[in-house]
Design a binder for this molecule. Sequence first.
Ligand SMILES: Cc1ncc(C[n+]2csc(CCOP(=O)(O)OP(=O)(O)O)c2C)c(N)n1
Ligand SMILES: [Mg+2]
Length: 277
Amino acid sequence: MILSNAQEAKLIDLCKKFRKELIECLHAVGSGHPGGSLSATEIITTLYFCELNVNPKNPNDPDRDRFILSKGHAAPMLYLNLAEKGYFDMRELCNLRQLNHMLQGHPCAKTTPGVDLSTGPLGLGVSAAVGMALAGKLDKKKYNVYVLIGDGETQEGIIWEAAMAASKYKLENLIVILDHNKVQLDGTIDEIMPLGNINAKWESFGWKVIETNGHNIRDISSALKEAKQVKVKPTIIIAETVKGKGISFMEGKNIWHGKPIDDEHFNIAMKELSGGN
Ligand SMILES: Cc1ncc(C[n+]2csc(CCOP(=O)(O)OP(=O)(O)O)c2C)c(N)n1
Ligand SMILES: [Mg+2]
């Protein structure tokens, strides 16, 4: 879909709101993953509010687009989007990561409406998506399967097995988005396990590669539009992002991958997100 200026402005506001709500929820619960949720904010929000053909009133519609959050630790950003779409009551967010509640630390397809696959163990999302996309092709369905992966996650061998299979089966209905924030849990990608020429790697596995700015809603939506026009091969959108985007002390810092937010940092973060720094 082509974004109007008004729609773009609306999505930018939504992302601002989601960043604040994310920090409020993670501060309240004293755990969770801020860094990778903040890098994926615009990607997930553009998907839900400008791309995915889904209906919160019929979450299991067989013709719906699928979305898999393969980097499952960014679950709170997914939950904020699902709640805003109307899949469940906003008040559920207050029970984030609590036992016997709907919104667990990682997405659970059994308990949360709108979650297409339970994730958490990194690497599995693309393999499951290959199955969903292949099933869609065999059943002559029109839906697309979208998967969000992390760059640290890309070090998992299963990603590359799935990449080979997707290419073999010519899954043009499969679109992977890479949250390329250059940071993983323990350090930078280059320190832990460099990915090398990531574009050339995916191309050599038979994929169409599209690069985009992962914090620019208009660029993300054009990349998605281009991806849907690709024929005979799967597509990966390499989205350039910043881990911890929007909060100065978190940006590019692996320590904020999964660190609890104390009161002092909460106050600074909220001030910055409210534009008062
Ligand atoms: C198989 C597996 N190994 C380890 C972990 C623990 N873990 C959770 S997130 C993470 C780092 C992921 O880095 P990246 O994919 O770059 O995520 P992002 O930067 O987008 O948060 C690790 C090691 C896991 N969830 N699954
Ligand atoms: Mg990363």
